[in-house]
Design a protein around this ligand. Structure first.
Ligand code: GDP
Ligand code: MG
Length: 178
């Protein structure tokens, strides 16, 4: 059985919980309480293999079992770094997080492969109040060798599911060289 540990990181309010809940339940609820449980667990089948998926969602309020950023980075094998396309400051935070992941050379493989990092511009439905262009997102992703997605947890279930499936798949392939 493969275990996959993913951390979903980014500023508060960018939609980390919304994306995770959308992926796991298909639903977009609207309000996401900062629960005391920060790790969602789900057994899933990918490419015909059973996997235990663990998704770390940082709580907005301090809670029991909350990891420090450093701990989050060392715990995870793959990363989804989220910003809100209508909030420039969240893009700057995402940039700092991606930079930190690469700087720490976090990876799960012996062959020094880069760890899997997906950069996600969420809230694409708010493009009328966009503050971060798609090109800026693409450039940042290219600079740090990340996959890039722009999507909306509110409106794009298929894209959200596809994005998470790819992170899981890439992370699992990356871990094979262990
Ligand atoms: P977190 O702090 O990163 O976990 O953010 P949340 O998941 O709690 O979302 C913060 C707010 O943004 C909530 O009010 C969500 O309903 C809203 N939100 C999340 N995703 C989207 C989206 O794709 N579009 C819009 N318009 N709002 C969203
Ligand atoms: Mg949250």
């Amino acid at each position: 059985m493969n275990d996959i540990k993913l951390a979903v990181l980014g500023s508060e309010g960018v939609g980390k919980s919304a994306l995770i809940v959308r992926f796991l339940t298909r639903r977009f609820i609207g309000e996401y309480a900062s629960s005391s449980e920060c790790i969602y667990r789900k057994r899933m089948s990918f490419d015909g293999k059973q996997m235990n998926l663990e998704l770390y969602d940082p709580c907005s309020q301090p809670c029991e079992g909350q990891f420090s950023l450093n701990e989050q980075m060392h715990w995870a094998e793959g990363f989804v770094v989220v910003y809100d396309i209508s909030d420039r400051s969240s893009f700057i935070t995402a940039q700092a997080i991606v930079h930190l992941i690469r700087e720490l050379h976090l990876g799960v493989t012996k062959r020094d492969a880069d760890s899997v990092v997906f950069l996600v511009g969420n809230k694409q439905d708010l493009c009328h109040v966009r503050e971060v262009s798609r090109e800026e997102g693409q450039r940042l992703a290219a600079e740090f060798k990340c996959q890039f997605y722009e999507l909306s947890a509110a409106e794009h279930y298929q894209e959200v599911a596809l994005m998470f499936s790819k992170v899981v798949r890439n992370t699992s392939l990356n871990g094979k060289a262990k």
